[in-house]
Design a protein around this ligand. Structure first.
Ligand code: DX5
Ligand code: ZN
Length: 236
């Protein structure tokens, strides 16, 4: 059976001096979504971009914009990302650790075993009430702790690197988690981190239907070929 694969290009590896042309490159190549990696220097040890860039891109394209929020306090920023023009808001499960746990350390990849479901539910509802799509993101070491939320989510993003930087090596250890999720979940499952021609086939086989890529796409001589290759993985 043919599975529809979508490609989400992360502009983290775009040339920011030519952002308009880079967005056009995504469109011409057949990319389905624009992935914006938002990092705050607390949740991850890097600082990147935010609403200003989304606002600048929004009038240039009809492609859906997904904001991957690698930030400490997503709740405080949902409205501003929606107002800037994001269509899909991705919130990290690790931000919903129950109160009273150990404080996180900068530089140590976040993980959480259980989350405060009602707090996460409130944020997911807020996103959806504003007519936008909500995804929950799981870091590599975070197990599937979001089952009670699956019926209100539009999708789940499985991180296949510890978030913070583009160009890292794919972690195949996350594939059993992805496959287990696909067994119980029919919605969108995106994978993000280290996707390229040798890692994407296993991710699709495990059940991913959205492939995020920064360095593979923007580093390619022929980005259209990259997108065609990734989408073809859905054909059996
Ligand atoms: C990592 C980001 C990813 C990253 C992907 O923290 O969430 O979206 O940009 O980069 P590549 O595709 O180069 O691994
Ligand atoms: Zn990302």
């Amino acid at each position: 059976m043919t599975k529809l694969i979508k490609v989400s290009a992360s502009i983290l590896c775009a040339d920011f001096l030519k952002l308009g042309e880079e967005i056009k490159k995504c469109e011409d190549a057949g990319v389905d979504l624009l992935h914006i990696d938002v990092m705050d220097g607390h949740f991850v040890p890097n600082i990147t971009i935010g609403t200003v860039i989304i606002k600048a891109i929004r009038p240039l394209t009809k492609l859906p914009i997904e904001a991957h929020l690698m930030i400490e306090n997503p709740r405080g920023y949902i409205d501003s990302f929606i107002e800037a023009g994001a269509d899909i808001i991705k919130i990290q499960a690790e931000c919903y650790a129950p109160a009273g746990g150990r404080p996180p350390k900068l530089g140590v990849p976040r993980r959480v075993k259980v989350i405060d479901i009602s707090k996460a539910k409130a944020d997911i509802k807020k996103i959806r009430q504003r007519g936008k799509r909500a995804f929950m993101v799981l870091n590599p070491a975070t197990p599937l702790c979001i089952q009670p939320l699956l019926n209100i989510l539009d999708g789940v993003l499985i991180m296949s690197v510890n978030p913070g930087f583009a160009g890292q090596k794919f972690m195949p250890g996350v594939l059993p988690k992805l496959a287990a999720l696909r067994e119980i979940y029919k919605g969108d499952i995106e994978i993000d981190g280290g996707i390229n021609e040798s890692t994407a086939p296993a991710a699709v086989k495990a059940g991913a239907n959205i492939l995020a890529t920064a360095s593979y796409f923007f580093g390619a001589k022929n980005p259209g070929e990259v997108v065609r290759y990734l989408k073809n993985l859905g054909r059996k």
